[in-house]
Design a protein around this ligand. Structure first.
Ligand code: MRU
Length: 333
């Protein structure tokens, strides 16, 4: 299956630049945005031109190539990248993989960034093939947010599992949570699935429980932004309710995520930093104010699903089930 790659390096190490498909403009418009410094990549991560944990990591890796070219501001550019968004650990993982190479210059940094990018796509294909074994022909699968090619170096994590199952010849139907407040499901997941010709139906987030009760959902699968040593999983706000509802209705709840999404330095999900974004994402739409004047809004961008609600986590190194610290250590080594 052909995949989209939302982050590209164009040109050579000395004069090239980072290009990002503008995810804030999709699906209405397919346009690409150029970044010529680490500062610009940081700004595009912050404003969510590029979003999704692994895609943020890949963009940051290329951002370090740009930062390594401008000796006077390299440190500030790396700091800006690290301060761009707090929850997805792939960002910090990529920065740590790149940092030691900065003194070697842009050529060496570009080789490393390209290899981080290629490895992400390969890992997604591997975990996709693994997770697809759990999906049965004819299933109705619910997903939340966008964990597709757009959210990664390419191919996707949760959607990668769905793409792999379809490649294996299984017929699936996907329920797509719209994913308030930024609508990554309605805009991005729906775009990817319809492009791939996979049957899918959009629902508002608050419809999932009643569909589960009516036995119209057979399994749920999402990506992740940070997974602790014990398996507690931060993902887009609303994921926790999907997992609670799945447990109540006796349905499997799966997570697909690469090794770079695990933060083994954290034991409990309570210690994962949760980004809080602008109130306007909740109170306004594109045309302006929707909520009543004077109301304040709370806008945490992620929530944490406790490990015991997760049936299995698919990684490029194997399946983690049951989701326990012992099994995580065994699979991740
Ligand atoms: O705020 P976003 O759009 O960056 O949040 C993205 C998610 O929560 C995704 O589900 C997660 O990063 C997994 S991406 C493969």
């Amino acid at each position: 299956m052909e995949t989209i790659e939302p982050v590209e390096w164009r040109g050579d190490a000395a004069g090239g630049s980072v290009w990002l498909i503008d995810q804030a403009a999709l699906p209405q418009e397919e346009r690409w945005v150029e970044c010529r410094s680490g500062f610009e990549v940081a700004a595009r991560i912050r404003d969510m031109t590029v979003r999704g944990a692994p895609a943020i990591g890949v963009a940051a890796a290329y951002g370090v190539v740009l930062a390594s070219r401008s000796r006077a501001t390299t440190k500030e550019e790396l700091d800006a990248l690290a301060a761009s968004r707090p929850t997805a650990v792939n960002l910090f993982w990529a920065l740590e993989a790149m940092r030691p190479l900065v003194p070697d210059g842009p050529e060496r940094c570009l080789t490393q960034a390209r290899s981080i990018h290629r490895a992400d796509v390969e890992n997604n294909r591997r975990m996709g093939a693994l997770g697809a074994k759990r999906l049965v022909d004819g299933m109705n699968v619910l997903t939340h947010c966008n964990a597709g090619a757009l959210a990664t170096g390419g191919f996707g994590t949760a959607l990668g599992v769905i793409f792999s199952a379809v490649e294996q010849g299984k017929q699936l139907h996907v329920w797509v949570d719209e994913t308030r407040p930024r609508l990554q499901g309605a805009k991005l997941t729906a775009w990817e699935l319809t492009r791939a010709g996979i049957p899918c139906t959009l629902i508002c987030d608050n419809m999932a429980a009643s569909l589960m009760r009516a036995r119209r959902i057979d399994a749920c699968i999402t990506g992740a932004d940070r997974i602790t040593a014990g398996g507690d999983t931060a993902n887009k706000i609303g994921t926790y309710s999907v997992a609670v509802n799945a447990r109540h209705h006796g349905l499997p709840f799966y997570v697909a995520a690469p090794r770079s999404t695990f933060d083994l330095s954290i034991a409990s999900g309570a210690d994962i930093p949760i980004e809080e974004r602008a109130q306007g994402e909740v109170t306004d739409d594109r045309k302006g104010r929707v909520a009543a004047k004077g109301i304040t809004a709370f806008n945490p961008s992620f929530d944490v699903t406790p490990a015991d609600l997760i049936t299995a986590i698919f990684t490029e190194r194997g399946e983690i089930a049951p989701v326990t610290s012992a099994r995580i250590a065994e699979v991740l080594g």
